[in-house]
Write a protein that binds this ligand. Structure first.
Ligand code: NIG
Ligand code: FE
Length: 425
């Protein structure tokens, strides 16, 4: 593979440092190099520095990129999405604008259950094509790794269909996918009076999913009116026994203590946290659980935002993600999430970039390989049409990406996809 050198970068945000969750004040200790460069060989970074130090690495086949005037960051990581699903829910939009709460739409058999119907009906090919389109949009916005959940099947056949689509897409598409089994996403209408039976059925799917290597993580929607703390503890313990790592949709609408449960069980992340209490935040701060905050969901549901400032002050380590899904957050745009992170959560740009690179890498358990521009890591990086990190937060609502590289290969050129379809993993 040809070497790539990017040099004379106006602002190179490396995020290098310890390969671990950056918490509290450390979230804003981000390395930024002026007139930076880095060298890529065989898909990995082999040198990083400033000035003319790159010259000795130039060979006859080197692709030399002058990034004068431009910002470069590690490839962005979206660590919470519901990528694979059928249909859309714009027919519920007016109801939402008229003020019908999200949970009420779900309780009337709409919301998630609507998407379950569309996903059960959809062919595998249709699901794959739709998810690929979304993944392309993510890539065009600078995202090079994505977590993708199932959870719109709620039966074995459809859950497997979703997970298989994720696996196939991971092999064919440059964006790396990390798969999460979310069989306990909602209680189907026909199980209304058979909750225990449903939970047992979902638990029974776990060994098969593990055996077929269809998911690395298991998640549950722990929420008032959906699954209780006890049910979540039970199911997540089963998943842990089977060898899956754990995630949890915690305290999105009601303060059930999902975040504290995440700490008790050693989950890799607790996600949403809009309704978490101070005690939950304190428990998160004491743990290594990633606090995965999803401000596009608050924006879209017109709900309160998670108290990111308080979490950071207490010493939590935050990630930020889109929560891309057809109901509570129909957007693939992680840059918008970063801008909301700054404007609505009052996180400074350095805290934000930490939360979509190194901390997001922790949230998908890939911190040894991804999330920063440093020697030995995979060469995923983004060249922005912007002079500095503040600019991409300040000038909101547009896509600032110029070029994207995945494992040292150019996959977006001047805002256009240019990747080869084929075997990426
Ligand atoms: O993270 N809250 C549960 N799951 C998603 C929403 C899914 C949907 O509405 O389709 C979320 O917000
Ligand atoms: Fe979600």
């Amino acid at each position: 593979m040809n070497d790539v050198i990017v040099c004379h970068i106006k602002q190179l945000v490396t995020v290098s440092g310890k390969n671990q969750l950056r918490c509290g004040h450390d979230m804003r200790e981000v390395e930024v190099l002026d007139d930076g460069y880095f060298v890529v060989k065989n898909g990995k970074f082999i040198a990083v520095g400033t000035g003319e130090g790159y010259q000795s690495f130039i060979g006859c086949e080197t692709e030399l990129i002058d990034a004068s005037g431009l910002l470069v960051t590690p490839g962005l990581i979206d660590s919470h999405t519901h990528l694979v699903h059928g249909g859309s829910r714009e027919h519920e939009f007016q109801m939402k604008i008229d003020g019908v709460p999200y949970m009420e739409i779900l309780n009337q058999g709409g919301g998630i259950l609507n998407t379950v119907k569309s996903t059960r009906k959809a062919s595998k090919e249709a699901l794959l094509n739709k998810a690929k389109k979304s993944l392309d949009t993510m890539l065009l916005h600078g995202v090079t790794s994505v977590e993708a959940k199932s959870g719109y099947g709620l039966d074995l056949e459809t859950e497997l269909k979703q997970l298989e689509v994720t696996k196939e897409l991971n092999a064919a598409h440059p964006v790396d996918l990390y798969s999460t089994f979310l069989g306990a996403h909602a209680l189907p209408g026909d199980y209304k009076d058979r909750r225990e039976e449903f939970i047992e059925m979902i638990c029974d799917m776990i060994p098969l999913i593990k055996e077929r290597d269809l998911a690395q993580f298991c998640d549950i929607f722990c929420e008032e009116g959906v699954f209780t703390i006890e049910e979540s503890r039970y199911l997540l313990n089963k998943a842990k026994e089977a060898g899956l790592k754990l995630k949890i949709h915690a305290d999105e609408m009601a303060p059930l203590g999902g975040a504290s449960l995440a700490c008790e069980l050693g989950c890799i992340s607790a996600d949403h946290l809009m309704a978490s209490t101070d005690l939950d935040y304190e428990n998160l701060a004491k743990s290594k659980v990633v606090a995965n905050v999803l401000p596009a969901t608050s924006f879209n549901l017109n709900k309160a935002y998670a108290n990111a400032r308080k979490m950071i002050e207490l010493g939590c380590g935050l990630a930020l993600s889109t929560d891309y899904n057809p109901g509570s957050s129909p957007t693939e745009n992680l840059q918008l999430v970063m801008q909301l992170g700054s404007i609505k959560l009052r996180m400074v740009p350095k805290e934000v970039i930490t939360s979509v690179t190194i901390n997001a890498a922790c949230s998908i358990d890939q911190v040894e390989h991804k999330g920063s521009i440093e020697v030995g890591k995979e060469a995923d990086f983004v060249i922005f049409n912007a002079p500095n990190l503040d600019y991409i937060h300040y000038h909101f609502g547009i896509n600032h990406v110029k070029d994207v590289y995945k494992k040292g290969r150019k996959v977006v050129h001047n805002q256009q996809l240019c990747y080869e379809v084929g075997v990426w993993n």
